[in-house]
Design a protein around this ligand. Structure first.
Ligand code: NAD
Length: 277
């Protein structure tokens, strides 16, 4: 809080991960949940939150080192947690990994901040592969089992950038807008089979993905790094703080709960008012 009483971007009134994991948990015992990008940030919080609700979690990431620390962190939670080291650019392996999942959380992602004329085409291709084509293949791999049992939950971690553009993020914005379309199509096809598909759309979340882009944003916008948070990242957010990964995980848990069985084809926005502009 500043001296004037105005909330500063550094205020963190959000619940801690511990508080969030104690929140009313939907009972997901007996369900299997596959979470991609589970080694870090939002995916890690989702894996822990779903295991706290009793789901058997299959945690997927290409980062074996950070993934390897997750089972220890989840050890006291009711749901068992297994890890699978996998680079999602291996699309056949991605599709195969989703077989048998009752809940699929498409979360893995990456970011590069560059003007279009300097944006490397190979990075554009990788971003689209990991953040749009792999989710398609994972949904494709998960649906036969979900349809057979007449129940499934697909949660796609989109972004406010699934609904709004920002300069210098051509690949990310294109992938997230595509993911919104994939999610809505899966909702229409899955409804008759008891399968819902939704997006969760956070503003800037306190994760390594955001920390890594501060230097790039400073360069692209011609600003010192210490001004990037307030003048770039939180410029359009009415609530002047970052969202916590645990808050995003809570929205994912809600979408898997019985209370959300009529919610499908939706985009659940957690953007501090950004898209209210
Ligand atoms: P993060 O960098 O902390 O974690 C992303 C994880 O994805 C990492 O563990 C990474 O290893 C994994 N990953 C990346 N490429 C992969 C690949 N080819 N195969 C397997 N795993 C791969 O990032 P985060 O902030 O937690 O972001 C997670 C998701 O949330 C992303 O889809 C991101 O777009 C979205 N999101 C993030 C924010 C934010 O502000 N951090 C805001 C809105 C949406």
């Amino acid at each position: 809080m500043t001296a004037s009483g105005t909330p500063s971007p550094h205020d963190t009134p959000a619940p801690s991960a511990a508080v969030a994991s104690q929140a009313a948990a939907p009972d997901l015992a007996g369900r299997t949940a596959l979470v991609t990008g589970a080694a870090s940030g939002i995916g890690r919080a989702c894996a822990l939150r779903l295991a706290a609700a009793g789901a058997a979690v299959r945690a997927v990431d290409r980062d074996a080192a950070n993934l390897g620390t997750l089972p220890g962190e989840a050890a006291a939670l009711p749901g068992p947690l297994d890890t699978l080291t996998l680079d999602l650019t291996d699309l056949d392996a991605a599709e195969a990994s989703a077989d048998g999942a009752d809940i699929l959380v498409n979360n893995a992602g990456l970011q590069l901040v560059r003007p279009i004329e300097e944006f490397p085409p190979d990075v554009f291709h990788t971003v689209l592969t990991v953040m749009l084509e792999a989710p398609f293949r994972l949904v494709r791999g998960a649906l036969p089992h979900m349809y057979r049992q007449g129940w499934g939950r697909i949660v796609n971690i989109s972004s406010v950038h699934g609904l709004r553009a920002s300069p210098y993020k051509a690949a990310y914005v294109a992938a997230k807008h595509g993911l919104e379309g994939l999610s809505k199509t899966a909702a229409l096809e899955g409804a008759a089979h008891g399968v819902t598909s939704n997006c969760v759309n956070p503003g800037y979340v306190r994760t390594p993905l955001v920390e890594r882009q501060i230097a790039d944003q400073a360069k692209a916008h011609g600003l010192p790094q210490e001004r990037v948070l307030t003048e770039v990242l939180l410029k359009d957010s009415a609530v002047k703080r970052l969202v916590e990964p645990a808050e995003v995980a809570e929205a994912v848990a809600y979408l898997c709960s019985p209370a959300a069985s009529f919610v499908t084809g939706a985009s659940l926005v957690l953007d501090g008012g950004w898209s209210a502009h």
